[in-house]
Design a protein. Structure first.
Length: 310
């Protein structure tokens, strides 16, 4: 039996130790009329975004970004209670009205497409659409045997969003991958990024989706529970289900979480009858055993900001 924990967007993550490492105040929800007065991070920012000095085009896998140190992380109150991980979560990053406006405008950018991937020697079309951007004209990205279509001219709104994220975190990013989950049929399978230090910041806009983190020691076929820790929990064999319920949730991963944890967004495409049956049975639908009992009909856009180098 595995230990499974569930968090919702309305819950507060348990504060962990080492608060001295935290130097940035949490973002304050922004209204359209107050964005110009938004407080900036206490950490000084570099004057320019990172630029590559290598004459050859570096390549980087979006699931294997090269490391760059972060100057800041979010408050300890936003840190998720996970062993072998450093992940910070804010259920609300901006106002719901602004999030809807951003979602609608980003949906209309002309760069969305579905890449063709090579998986086990076969060519498949990825279920989700992506749009990739970089401030570095020499940066290129490959994954699963395909060259990502990189764009070096940011849409004005994406520039605004990236600058806001950079200002809040006190660090710079040179790459943004946008992912479009048009409904619950669109997903991303369990995977991990590289095992080195790097900073990944992810802003999600739109419909509620389930975000699953699974520890590498977790064995879904185990018939006996893992040894308990002194506190009684089985953290080393755990899974965390995070319900991204609000219109603008935010995740920051500045550490080595990928060494021990995989993450995924599963399919959630249940029929109306299955949803009704699940509710009558008291199943909330946010646990992995309940997948197929949630029905997501609306879309969600995630913007993942990274620091990539060759």
């Amino acid at each position: 039996m595995r230990s499974t924990r569930s968090c919702t967007a309305t819950s507060t993550a348990t504060s962990l130790s080492s608060p001295a490492a935290v130097v940035v105040s949490p973002p304050t929800p922004v209204s359209p009329s107050s964005s110009s007065k938004r407080p900036t991070s206490s950490v000084s920012l570099p004057s320019k975004r990172p630029r590559s000095t290598n004459q050859q085009q570096p390549t980087a896998d979006p699931q294997e970004p090269s490391p760059s140190s972060s100057q800041a992380v979010l408050p300890p109150s936003s840190r998720l209670p996970l062993k072998d991980a450093e992940i910070y979560y804010l259920p609300t990053f901006i106002t719901e009205e602004k999030a809807k406006g951003w979602y609608d405008e980003l949906l209309e950018v002309g760069e969305w497409y579905q890449p063709k991937l090579k998986v086990y020697g076969k060519e498949i079309v990825q279920s989700r659409k992506i749009a990739a951007y970089s401030t570095d004209p020499n940066l290129s990205v490959r994954y699963s045997g395909t060259q990502v279509q990189m764009h070096y001219d940011y849409p004005p709104l994406l520039t605004e969003i990236q600058e806001l994220v950079e200002r809040e975190l006190g660090t710079r990013f040179n790459h943004c991958m946008m992912n479009l989950y048009e409904d619950g049929n669109v997903y991303i399978g369990a995977h991990r990024d590289n095992k080195e230090n790097r900073v990944i910041a992810s802003l999600s806009l739109g419909a509620s989706r389930t975000f699953i983190l699974t520890h590498s020691a977790h064995n879904p076929h185990a018939t006996t529970p893992a040894p308990s820790t002194p506190s009684g929990s089985t953290d080393a064999d755990a899974e965390l289900q995070l319900q991204l319920q609000t219109k603008s949730s935010f995740l920051l991963n500045p550490g080595k979480t990928q060494e021990k944890w995989k993450h995924e967004i599963p399919k959630e495409f249940a029929s109306q009858a299955a949803v009704k049956k699940a509710k009558e049975g008291g199943v909330g639908g946010n646990l992995k055993e309940g997948m197929g009992k949630r029905r997501v009909e609306e879309g969600r856009i995630s913007l993942t900001f990274r620091q990539l180098s060759g």
